[in-house]
Design a protein around this ligand. Structure first.
Ligand code: SAM
Length: 261
């Protein structure tokens, strides 16, 4: 791999676990379905394991967002046609992409920031065509869980109000340097049409956080301070028992309920 001659000491604090298996890199890049009209943004390109394959594609634009200065310097030299942005992806103004036309986003995300980044990106980038992220296997299970499953949680309910998710494949620790302690997995996101996004993301965010802070409690107990006739009617109409637990509600039911509080 092109990054191997460079002696970079992996920083644990930046979640630096670099991919060393070219077949897996190719599979991840294929999953974003690159095409000449695409602007592809890669988060955390690191030593260029995925970038190498992205750079081979004919694209409208390739943007690389890397927090590590040393790695960013090197990427500028390696990929002169790419736009390299030295930034913390967690602070990146994702909604500014809405002024730039459509985009696709890809990344082998640092474990410690994966969920937070995905939470922001799916809800802020209205012009997103597709995203492909490698995350911790457990996070991939949460992103793709169905209501009622153990893995179904606040992240699932939030993300699925903005995008459909698909679990693509599992990746073992052995294909990284240094090796992480856990399995990883690749998830594909296809956004729902913006006309189908929640009317009030703020209300949905508040409700999801409130309900999943007390996920073992019954809905009627958690919602007691907000209980109203309209809410009782909604539960009856939806056939949801007030004694059910938060994880049994569908993403759409979270959205509808958030408008009643
Ligand atoms: N894409 C490379 C690969 O697959 O080998 C590197 C992946 S490594 C898991 C995560 C990368 O994200 C590292 O290059 C790290 O420096 C970078 N990174 C960590 N935190 C970041 C942040 N908040 N914003 C942007 N990049 C970040």
């Amino acid at each position: 791999m092109s990054g191997q001659a460079y002696q970079h000491k992996a920083k644990k604090s930046l979640g630096q676990n670099f991919l060393t298996d070219r077949n897996i890199c190719r599979k991840i890049v294929d999953a974003i379905t690159p095409s000449p009209e695409d602007h592809i943004i890669e988060i955390g390109p690191g030593q260029g394991a995925l970038t190498e394959f992205l750079a081979e594609e004919e694209l409208r634009q390739l943007t690389l967002v890397e927090l590590d200065d040393g790695l960013a310097d090197r990427l500028v030299g390696m990929y002169p046609k790419a736009r390299v942005i030295r930034a913390d992806a967690l602070r990146f103004p994702w909604d500014s992409l809405n002024e730039e036309g459509g985009c696709k986003i890809i990344g082998n995300l640092p474990y410690n920031v994966g969920s937070k980044l995905i939470w922001d990106i799916v809800s802020k980038v209205k012009t997103l065509h597709r995203a492909v992220f490698m995350v911790q296997h457990e996070v991939a299970q949460r992103l793709t869980a169905e209501p009622g499953c153990k893995a179904y949680g606040g992240l699932t309910a939030w993300v699925r109000n903005f995008a459909q998710t698909r679990y693509l494949f599992k990746v073992p620790p052995t294909v990284f340097r240094p090796q992480p302690k856990v399995d990883s997995a690749v998830v594909c996101f296809v956004p729902r049409p913006v006309s189908d996004w929640p009317e009030s993301p703020e209300a949905l965010d508040r409700l999801i956080k409130m309900l999943f802070q007390m996920r073992r409690k019954q809905l009627s107990t958690i919602l007691k301070p907000h209980w109203s006739e309209a809410m009782a009617a909604w539960f009856a109409e939806q056939g949801v028992s007030p004694s059910a637990r938060p994880e049994t509600l569908s993403p759409e039911q979270f959205r509808a309920l958030s408008m009643l509080i």
